[in-house]
Structures are given as C-alpha cells and as structure tokens.
Ligand binder design. Sequence first.
Ligand code: ATP
Length: 373
Amino acid sequence: MAQQSPRPAVELRNLVKHFVDPHGEIIVAVDHVNLTIYDGEFFSLLGPSGCGKTTILRMIAGLELPTSGSVLIHGREMADQPAFRRPVNTVFQRYALFPHMTVRENIAFGLRMKKVPREEIAARVDEALRLVRLEKMGDRRPGQLSGGQQQRVALARALVNNPEVLLLDEPLGALDLKLRQAMQEELKRIQQQVGITFIYVTHDQEEALTMSDRIAVMNEGVVLQVDRPYDLYEEPKTRFVADFIGETNFLDGVIIDNDSELAHVQLKNGQVAHVLHEDQILPQGTPVTLAIRPEKIFLGVGTPPDVRNVFNGRVRNIVYLGTDTYYDVALPGDVVVTARQQNEDYTGMAATVAIGDPVYVAWRAHNASLLTE
Ligand code: ATP
C-alpha cells in the first residue's frame, strides 16, 4: 500500500519581519524563513536569545504581522485572519491564569466566551483535566498550585479549545531543572495522546533534543538547519549548529587531496586528518573545519594502533565530571583536542592518566563532520 504523505499543518513562505529600534535602525528579526511543519509533529524552533524564534511564533499566532511573506495553516493563507480567528492556541512562559477563578473556571473560560453549551463545557474540562493529570485539583485556585501544576492548567486551557496547532513559547522556562525534566516527558506524552501539532520555542538544546520530532536551528533570523535530533547531533551542517548543539572540537585546515571515500585535510600544525567526504568533493586548498564530538575521540596510552587519524600528544588538563572525564590533549603545534571518556569503564583510564603524560588520540573518519561554513 502506498504510504500517505504527511499533510502540512503550518507553512512559512519567505517570512520576513523587520522592527525599527528607537534610533530608527531596522532590526531584521526574521529573515526569509521557509519551513513546513507537518500534522502531528512535535517541532521545535531552537536558537540563542534574540534569534527570532518568538517573532515567528507570534506571526503564526497572528499577534505580529509579517513585513513580507506568508503563513499558511492547513493550506489556508492567514494574512487576513486576526489572531482570534486562527485555529491555534499559545502557551506562554508566564501562565497568565486568572487568580480569582478556580482551575475549572480558568480552563472553561474560552469555551464560555464562545457560548459552548454548559454540559459540553463540563465534559471537555473534565477531559482536559484528566489529560494533564489534575483531576483532583479542579476546585483550587492558581495560588494554591505549584509552578508545574499552574503550567499544566495553562496547557489544559489551551488544549480544551481543540486547536489545530498548539504554540508553546518557552513554557517550562520558569520551572526548576527537575520539574522541567518531568514536564518535558509530560508534554511529549500529552502531544502523542492528542496528536495535535506542537510548535515549541526554546533556547535549551537538551530540551529540544529530548522532545522534538524535528528541530529548526536558528541564528540571527535565519534557519540554518532543519533535521531530526539524531541528524542534527551526528551531522551538523555548519559550525554554528555543531557548536550550539552538544560539545564539539573544531579543527581548522585545508583540503590537500580527495580519494574515492576520504578528504585529506592538513591541519594547522601540518598533520593530516582524514574524513569521509560523502561525495562532497572540495577542491585542493579549500579551507575547512573538522567537527568532532569529544565522546567520539578515543584516548590511549602506549603504542598507537596503525589506523587513520591517530595523533600523539600530551595531556594538558583533566576535568572529572562523575560519569565522565574530559581530557584536553595538546598535539604538536599547539592544536588541542578534548576527549570525553566514560568513567568506570574497563580501560580504567581515569586512574592511570595524569596531566603531562604522553597519550594518543584517535577517531574514525566517519565521526568527523567536514564543514565549510
Ligand atoms: P528570546 O529567546 O530572548 O525570546 P527570540 O529568539 O525569541 O529571543 P525574538 O524575541 O523573536 O527572539 O526577537 C528577535 C529580534 O527582534 C531581537 O533582536 C529583538 O530585540 C527584536 N524584537 C522583537 N520584538 C521587537 C519589537 N516589538 N520591537 C523591536 N524589536 C523587537
């Protein structure tokens, strides 16, 4: 049977937003963004503060008008639809619950405004309370709830309207770490249960990796890469993405040759590293950067094996982190590589290597990314 292709829930086409600052200078908050987010996806916009994530969300919600470009929801152009007519709801970091109303009344508020029949409101509020696991809290007021519980109420209030798309703007930002992690699992469970498209704004890469089906990484108003978490981490396409998501060693060099599989890259210290080029053949002399995750670098003592990408050096620094230890290894010519090794593994490395010791580092050719920007 032919597989049905997923239906676009939200399409952003050449979306641009300019603001004017108090001195009359134009701020390009969103710069020609094209994105298609599909039905049922948990999709995150991830990037540093000020990169334009919230502005994109606000344009989808209709709280901000694009300078140019368009927003489509389920194929419908939204330009002439005011915020209240759009089939979306937004959950903000500040929950903005009505303090004088009970939890039930808060959740029911939007339905009452829409004059939904009383019995239907009661049934839908019950269902929303069950969904966020607050069945027993319906009669409390927001002030009698913890931060995490209040955020669940805000979520229930948004979901009770059955939006086609739920927009979430750093909804867990105000919670402490443990609660945030618990709520991440909750949000993912709720999203899977209701099957609504979630568009989630965050600057927290771990949060985005944990919850998302796909992530758009942004910087300075531009979308740099859209991928599944695994692909973003394993195959970053730019230095910014490699740096923003996880930890990375960057080694600068130039292409000196290619063979059928590998690009040969001369590092700043004259040594040569080898990396899979995956048919991206770059001419001799092209400046490139190799990006290698610290946990992909093997640290060894004694005679190095006769494999590609083995370099002798000396341990410059050791940082013990409980589960892992980081070793900064200085290669000749002051090229420094950081290796991350699990503690308590059978090599016993943490116990045997000290600062100043000679060691070698090694990595597989497919574990380095070849970057040109
Ligand atoms: P944060 O995570 O800090 O909320 P963000 O990635 O969501 O950041 P935006 O809030 O979208 O970023 O802001 C993008 C850029 O647009 C920033 O430079 C910001 O200062 C600017 N900006 C946003 N709203 C306005 C406004 N109403 N007037 C002027 N400039 C604005």
